[in-house]
Design a protein around this ligand. Structure first.
Ligand code: ZN
Length: 151
């Protein structure tokens, strides 16, 4: 496994609509391994494939509170409530912003073995899911932020 270069704002790949993964195989799992390595090397809590230049619908998440998983072709199927989160992004280094997000979300996806999974996330984990899934549609948190500032 390997640490990949993080793509930063201005690179086209961050604005692309990512393609669904049609078959989950060893190549997918190698990519996920690299995504974990890259996320941990940068102290992130989530990473989406386009952030390392891969236009596929895959994210990895580790909220550092015991929730660690990869999601393939994830979709938010339910959301409720609202919360205001303070966010940063590995692709927007040196900035932060506040975003209004759902308080709770349900996500349906495939895991790294191609098995369907349903995830109920709330609070911080819901924020991470929303932030990472947005990347798969070319959306950056700054697009949604009520304020966005240099730190
Ligand atoms: Zn991000």
């Amino acid at each position: 496994m390997a640490i990949r270069n993080i793509r930063t704002e201005g690179e086209d790949v961050l604005r692309m609509i990512c393609k669904p993964v049609s078959e989950v195989n060893d190549g997918t799992r190698r990519l996920i391994g690299d995504m974990y390595d890259t996320m941990y090397a940068t102290d992130g809590v989530g990473l989406a494939a386009p952030q390392i230049g891969v236009v596929k619908r895959i994210v990895v998440i580790d909220d550092r509170e015991g929730h660690k998983f990869a999601l393939i072709n994830p979709k938010i199927t339910e959301k409720s409530g609202t919360q205001r989160s303070c966010e940063g992004c590995l692709s927007l280094p040196g900035y932060r912003g506040e975003v209004d997000r759902p308080k709770e979300v349900t996500v349906e996806a495939l895991d790294e073995y191609g098995e369907p999974v349903t995830l109920h996330a709330k609070d911080f984990l819901a924020v991470i899911c929303c932030h990472e899934l947005d990347h798969l549609d070319g959306i950056l948190y700054k697009d949604l932020a009520v304020n966005y500032e240099r730190v």
